[in-house]
Design a protein around this ligand. Structure first.
Ligand code: PAF
Length: 282
């Protein structure tokens, strides 16, 4: 595996692969790689001749600077994992390589980017679109792989791809969970052992609520999930939204949309750590 730090070098290497007729898969990451990322890399390696994994802790998508400072940085271990999983290139640029000037572009795809994470983390999806659009320009991938754990992010990126007519195919990949049901996330390393046990209740309760669909209203299912999670000492729901799985607009009734998804953010533990998850109802 080749580790590349500059855009010029990346484009030069990819041009050679393209001239030889090779397909390119891109897996964008912020590092601190885990099994969830490995599953995206495995899928890309299976479906493309060349797999580029970007490792870039993108400052423009952090509205909370302490969150950025706390974010785990594990470049050496990340490269070892990518090597094991057969990635072709690890692209790990510096902040000044990606943003030699402040990025003044703004993206707006409501309601996908204005609700839920968009409402609670102003500017977050603008930063995601800034970096993902740059990565698409640098690599011009045939396919790009994103974990469904960040369900809303995929919806926003799909809108951006459609808007800017990138030729890339977006490939959503299933959430990878620990045995307890906790969704794999780089932020999990910030949890203590006790907090991990607490965090597992989030998905357990969401899964329980599946049995209530059709028997209860959307509002009642919403209230059930929030009250059950909030009843656990150490967990506090920031929001639980039951939405159209494509547009992310709120639904009032179960048949308001073809896909209905519940998206949650919960504060866990003393620090506290902010965890997100989702479940598909319909
Ligand atoms: O999902 C992430 O890790 C990031 O939001 C992404 C897509 C790599 C952009 O920085």
């Amino acid at each position: 595996m080749e580790v590349i730090q500059t855009i010029n070098k990346l484009q030069q290497v990819l041009n050679e692969y393209r001239a030889a007729g090779k397909s390119v898969g891109l897996v964008p990451t912020m590092g601190a790689l885990h099994d969830g990322h490995a599953s995206l890399v495995d899928r890309s390696v299976k479906e493309n001749d060349v797999t580029v994994v970007s490792i870039f802790l993108n400052p423009t998508q952090f509205n909370d600077k302490s969150d950025l400072e706390r974010y785990p940085r594990t470049l050496e271990a990340d490269c070892a994992l990518l090597e094991q999983h057969g990635a072709t290139i690890a692209f790990a640029p510096s902040v000044s390589e990606v943003y030699p000037e402040p990025d003044t572009r703004s993206f707006s795809y409501p309601p996908t980017d204005s609700v839920m994470e968009g409402a609670f983390r102003p500017g977050h999806f603008n930063g995601v679109c800034q970096i993902v659009s740059k990565l698409f320009c640098y690599t011009d991938p045939d396919r790009a792989y994103f974990g469904e754990k960040d369900y809303q992010q995929i919806c926003v990126i799909r809108r951006m791809v459609d808007d800017l007519k990138f030729r890339v195919q977006i490939v959503p990949c299933p959430v990878i969970r620990e045995e307890s049901g906790l969704a794999r996330s780089s932020r999990n390393t910030l949890l203590t052992d006790d907090e991990r046990v607490l965090a597992a209740h989030i998905y357990r309760i969401m899964k329980q609520s599946l049995a209530l669909v059709h028997e209860k209203t959307v509002q009642e299912v919403h209230d059930y999930v929030v009250s059950e999670i909030d009843a656990i000492d150490g967990l506090k729901v920031q929001y639980y939204s039951i939405v159209d799985g494509d547009t992310l607009a709120d639904v009032q009734k179960w048949d308001d949309a073809a896909h209905v998804v519940g998206c949650i953010t919960v504060y866990c533990g003393a620090t506290p750590i902010r965890l997100i998850d989702h479940i598909r109802y319909i």
